[in-house]
Design a protein around this ligand. Sequence first.
Ligand code: CTP
Length: 406
Amino acid sequence: MQLQGKKIILGVTGSIAAYKAAYLLRGLIKQGAEVQVVMTPYAKEFISPLTLSSLSGKPALNSFFVASDGQWNSHVDLGLWANLMVIAPATAATIGKMANGICDNLLITTYLSAKCPVMVAPAMDLDMFQHPSTKRNIELLRSYGNLIIEPASGELASGLIGKGRMQEPDTIISKIIDFFAEKKKLLNRTYLVTAGPTHEKIDPVRYIGNYSSGKMGFAIAEHLANLGAKVILVTGPVAIQCRNSNINRIDVVLAVEMLEKCLKHFEACNGAIMVAAVADFAPIITETKKIKRTSGNYFIELRPNPDIAASLGKIKLDNQILVGFALETDDEELNAIAKMEKKNLDFIVLNSLRDSGSGFQYDTNRIKILDKNGIVQAFDLKQKSEVAVDIVNKLIEMEGGITERF
Ligand code: CTP
């Protein structure tokens, strides 16, 4: 009974693989989970709601309301109730609606209301799976933090052979069990993460800043929180939201404010990951009135900002891990190693501005990790959510195995 006490929404859509949802549901119940089935209207053409309600012990919901008695199915309550939402099988149509927020059935409104993690097990014909539209929609779901259970290759309902078959129910169940086990991996641990740019004020309407979007820092914060850690995320001005309630987001604008918040919280943390692109300089004077255009040149005198990573490096204890980033254009590894040593980091994540698809604003990143023991690891170009997993895995490895130490 490895899913005892877990509340799972099982979303079922109109695919021939819907019959496998019955096996999946039975397996989840056998593992002790409480399961609420939500079906799309077309799913009912493939499997009877009666089959699924009999197995789950709850009505298999499939519409916003029941016209005969006026009963209303609240997608908001469902979204708050669940610890996990699993959509299996997920058709190309449902994936497209999820990716684009087209809420024309109870399953999609529940998905948009869900506060919990979401797993998606696609099922479709190989050509549909390979279509750029499906690929883009699946990438969008990944960028929302949803976990995709890759379909298997094999014989499809069409008679064609290729990738698109929903994973077997037993495989999905073991992924769900692993997911809940992972969620406890960093329980009782706290990490500080900095993200985004800082904006150094010139006057009431202008600032010095940079192109950092905050995506990499937020992806790391989300992954740490998904593993059960508490995260203190000190972020500069960005246009993104946190999803996991384990993240305590602290918004700042200036580098000196970021430093102050980091110094306040670092002592109580097991480690810190410094992802922010902190402005290196700030105007000595911030004008209180908007600077007027003049015909001559205008000079702004700048002073260096504090180095936040180096400040934490000076006070860090042996059992605290400090991780930095380096964005370099030349002599990349040498510069990164010099930064790691200067700031007393345990490891440094290097991204090169020479790599296409890597760095500011992109959803992808190609990194190298260099650690203080001289180990260098190079990774492929990946989604920032996957890069976050590689970085957190390195953090866990450098901590020498959480369970042995704590
Ligand atoms: N960093 C920081 N505070 C600063 C500058 C950088 O905490 N004032 C952190 C970054 O978050 C990153 C690491 O230090 O983890 C390296 O940042 P980077 O901008 O590459 O290095 P700098 O020390 O600013 O050196 P330079 O810009 O000259 O390459």
